[in-house]
Design a protein around this ligand. Structure first.
Ligand SMILES: NC(=O)c1ccc[n+]([C@@H]2O[C@H](COP(=O)([O-])OP(=O)(O)OC[C@H]3O[C@@H](n4cnc5c(N)ncnc54)[C@H](O)[C@@H]3O)[C@@H](O)[C@H]2O)c1
Ligand SMILES: O=c1ccn([C@@H]2O[C@H](COP(=O)(O)OP(=O)(O)O[C@H]3O[C@H](CO)[C@H](O)[C@H](O)[C@H]3O)[C@@H](O)[C@H]2O)c(=O)[nH]1
Length: 351
């Protein structure tokens, strides 16, 4: 039986989960990863972190992991990042989202309850707020998602609330705002193909992978007409998970739902201006119509997480976020250029 409390990170080979793994490992915590590599990369997980390749719905594998990691009977925690994350795909294939994000989360939560794992942290999203007013959003604002992705997350939030009310497991629902950037030490970053996120798209343009950046819409009710978002550095988001875990362990009878953002918004044009400053030249922009499904503004009121945990953001600086994203993109470009060692090749042929 292990002495330390083990943390199982599902989706730990993905963008955000891999940063949580680094944060846990840097803090000297006992951590293991469960990932089916559907969108993740084995090489994003450090070699000294135990890696289980498989699905979060595999009850037999979960039982084996809990036994090997000394989890259950009041010990250990799960950070559940595994999921499907593409909003337009959730509209065209809703059942995939209700399966991977809702049903499989229910199965994982049931396994945790069955074994007696006492703490659960869930990756939710600002998308659960739907089409909110243009003002900072608090956790008490209505949850009214407008697409299956957001609904699949909202349903899991509800499953967790009802489960913690009935069983000895507490949870933290973390509603992420716009996640960007990369590990400042260059150990991980956003690595998939077909990026749609603004900062990732812009740094791909900066490294020559794209010839321009589209600006979707200029007629939103915002100061310059473009969409406003609360961009948070992925390493600060990872740190929020450790702070949330400490809060759950300190008060086992209390569960938490918390926004994770910095509480300030930048428009698309402000982001692209910051990218231009970091890159040292003006990237080509192309004004295009609004992207279907986009809302005018998503900015957090982060007072709850600030008041409830000891989370200390360390990278609240848009240019810093862009610079770290750019450094990772340049690293990926070198990787892609090496025959037999491209990011995409490893994606298709996981080790
Ligand atoms: N990226 C964002 O901007 C953002 C914003 C809000 C919330 N989130 C949430 O954060 C979490 C992580 O997102 P990400 O951006 O790192 O995505 P990602 O695609 O990089 O990571 C998801 C990981 O989960 C794994 N996975 C998926 N389904 C699985 C399953 N059934 N069993 C085992 N492993 C599985 C994938 O292989 C991948 O490694 C997701 O739950 C997502 O909904 C992301
Ligand atoms: O090439 C691009 C990409 C994006 N945008 C604009 O930039 C802003 C941010 O768009 P992203 O695609 O980077 O991110 P979203 O706000 O659409 O969504 C992300 O953040 C949300 C939380 O705020 C959810 O978590 C969601 O799952 C996640 O993808 C939007 O106004 C969008 O219209 C552009 O103008 N051009």
């Amino acid at each position: 039986m292990k002495q330390e409390q083990s943390v199982l990170v599902t989706g730990g080979a993905g963008y955000i989960g891999s940063h949580a793994v680094l944060a846990l490992r840097d803090a000297g915590r006992d951590v293991a990863v469960l990932d089916n590599l559907s969108t993740g990369f084995r090489w994003l997980v450090p070699d000294d972190v135990p890696f289980y390749q498989g699905d979060v719905a595999d009850a037999g594998l979960l039982a084996k992991i809990f036994a090997e990691r000394g989890m259950g009977a009041g010990r250990g925690a799960i950070m559940h990042f595994a999921g499907s994350i593409i909003v337009p795909e959730s509209v065209s294939d809703p059942l995939k989202y209700y399966d991977n994000n809702t049903s499989k989360s229910r199965g994982l939560i049931a396994a945790a309850v069955g074994a007696g794992v006492p703490h659960f942290i869930f990756s939710s999203t600002a998308t659960v707020y739907g089409e909110p007013e243009v003002r900072p959003l608090s956790e008490d604002d209505p949850v009214q998602p407008v697409n299956p992705y957001g609904m699949s997350k909202a349903m899991t939030e509800r499953i967790l609330a009802d489960t913690s009310a009935a069983h000895p497991i507490n949870h933290a629902v973390l509603r992420y705002f716009n996640v960007a950037g990369a590990d400042p030490q260059g150990r991980s970053g956003q690595s998939g193909e077909g990026a749609t996120h603004l900062i990732k798209v812009a740094v791909e343009c900066a490294t020559g992978k794209r010839d321009h950046v589209a600006v979707f819409g200029n007629d939103y009710p915002t100061p310059d007409g473009t969409g406003m978002r609360d961009y948070i550095h992925v390493s600060d988001l990872a740190a929020a998970h450790l702070a949330a875990l400490d809060a759950l362990m300190a008060e086992p009878d209390r569960s938490l739902t918390m926004n994770v953002g910095y509480g300030r918004g930048f428009s698309v044009l402000e982001v692209l201006d910051a990218v231009d400053r970091v890159v040292g030249r003006s990237l080509p922009r192309q004004q295009e119509p609004r992207r279907p499904g986009d809302v005018a503004s998503l900015v957090s009121d982060p007072s709850r997480i600030r008041g409830t945990t000891d989370w200390q953001p360390r990278h609240d600086d848009l240019e810093r976020i862009v610079a770290d994203a750019l450094a990772w993109e340049e690293k990926l470009k070198t990787r892609r250029a090496e025959p037999g060692d491209s990011a995409q090749l490893e994606y298709e042929q996981p080790a």
